[in-house]
Design a protein around this ligand. Structure first.
Ligand SMILES: [Zn+2]
Ligand SMILES: [Zn+2]
Length: 270
C-alpha cells in the first residue's frame, strides 16, 4: 500500500463553552477560549489516503478528485464560526480533537470504494495538532523548545578515542542547541471538555521536565548525564522516562530534534 498526503487550509472562529457549567467552571477549564464572541485560527488539514497506484495513471487517486471532496466539506467550515454557523458544535466543544473527528465523519463517506482515508492531521497552530485514523480516539501533539549546552564525551573511552569518535561535538567546553520536542498524547477524549488532556496541566508537566535541561550545560549540571554521553538517544530516553512518570499512561510518543538534521524518537507505539 502507498500513502499520499494533500494539505488543505481553512480559517474559522470558535468558542469553548458549556451551557450546563457556571461561568467560573467554564473559565477554569477553558481559560481564554471562553471569550464570549469567539476567537479564530488558520487551520491546516493534512489528508492522507492509502491505496495501490493505478497502473496507467500512477496515482492512488486523482488529487483533483480528492480536492473536490475535501473542499466540498471544508466550504461549510471556512470563514465560519464553528459553534454558530455549523450544526456540529452545538453541544460538542470545537477542540482540535473533536473537529478532526467530525471532519473524518464528513470526508470518509465520500471516498471512492478502493481508496481508504488513512489519517487526518489537523493543526490549530504549527505547534498544536490532533491526528485521527478512524479508530476510537485521536492523538494530540504539542511542540516545545528548550536550549541547552552539552559535550559528547564517553567516559569509557580515552580522550583521543573521544576526539576521533565525536569530532567537533567533543569540544571540552561544550556547544549548544535549540532542542525541539514533539509530545504526542493518547487516551480517551473527555466527553465534557472535548480534550484528551488539560493543556495547561500538560504544559506545566512538560515544562517542569524541560526546565531540568533548559539553559543548562547538560553534562555538567544534570546528574543523569554525569556518567553517560548526552547524545540525542540518551536525552530522548531521559525525557521519556521523566514525562511518562508525569503523564499517567497518556504519553504515546516523543520526537526530539537536536538540529534540523538530527532527530530521535521514543515511545510506546514504535
Ligand atoms: Zn482556539
Ligand atoms: Zn550537540
Amino acid at each position: 500500500m502507498v500513502y499520499a498526503t494533500r494539505r488543505f487550509e481553512f480559517s474559522a472562529a470558535h468558542r469553548y463553552w458549556r451551557n450546563d457549567w457556571s461561568q467560573a467552571q467554564n473559565e477554569q477549564v477553558f481559560g481564554k477560549c471562553t471569550s464570549p464572541y469567539g476567537h479564530g485560527h488558520n487551520y491546516t488539514l493534512d489528508v492522507t489516503i492509502r491505496g495501490t497506484p493505478d497502473p496507467v495513471t500512477g496515482m492512488i487517486m486523482n488529487m483533483t478528485e480528492l480536492k473536490t471532496i475535501v473542499n466540498g466539506v471544508l466550504a461549510a467550515f471556512d470563514h465560519k464560526h464553528l459553534n454558530e454557523d455549523t450544526p456540529y458544535f452545538k453541544t460538542l466543544i470545537p477542540t482540535t480533537e473533536n473537529i478532526v473527528r467530525v471532519l473524518w465523519q464528513l470526508i470518509a463517506p465520500h471516498m471512492p470504494g478502493t481508496i481508504a482515508l488513512a489519517r487526518l492531521r489537523l493543526y490549530e497552530m504549527s505547534d498544536l495538532w490532533a491526528e485521527y485514523d478512524g479508530s476510537d480516539n485521536p492523538t494530540f501533539s504539542r511542540v516545545y523548545v528548550f536550549s541547552a549546552a552539552h559535550r559528547l564525551h564517553a567516559p569509557a573511552l580515552s580522550d583521543a578515542q573521544n576526539q576521533a569518535l565525536y569530532g567537533k561535538c567533543n569540544n571540552p567546553n561544550g556547544h549548544g542547541h535549540n532542542y525541539t520536542l514533539e509530545v504526542t498524547i493518547g487516551g480517551i477524549v473527555d466527553a465534557h471538555t472535548g480534550m484528551l488532556i488539560d493543556m495547561v496541566a500538560l504544559d506545566q508537566r512538560v515544562r517542569s521536565v524541560l526546565d531540568t535541561l533548559d539553559h543548562k550545560h547538560i553534562d555538567r549540571e544534570v546528574s543523569a548525564f554525569a556518567a553517560m554521553p548526552s547524545t540525542g538517544e540518551h536525552i530522548v530516553r531521559y525525557l521519556w522516562d521523566a514525562l511518562s512518570a508525569r503523564l499517567e499512561g497518556q504519553l504515546q510518543h516523543i520526537k526530539l530534534w537536536e538540529t534540523k538534521n538530527n532527530i530521535f524518537e521514543y515511545g510506546s507505539t514504535i
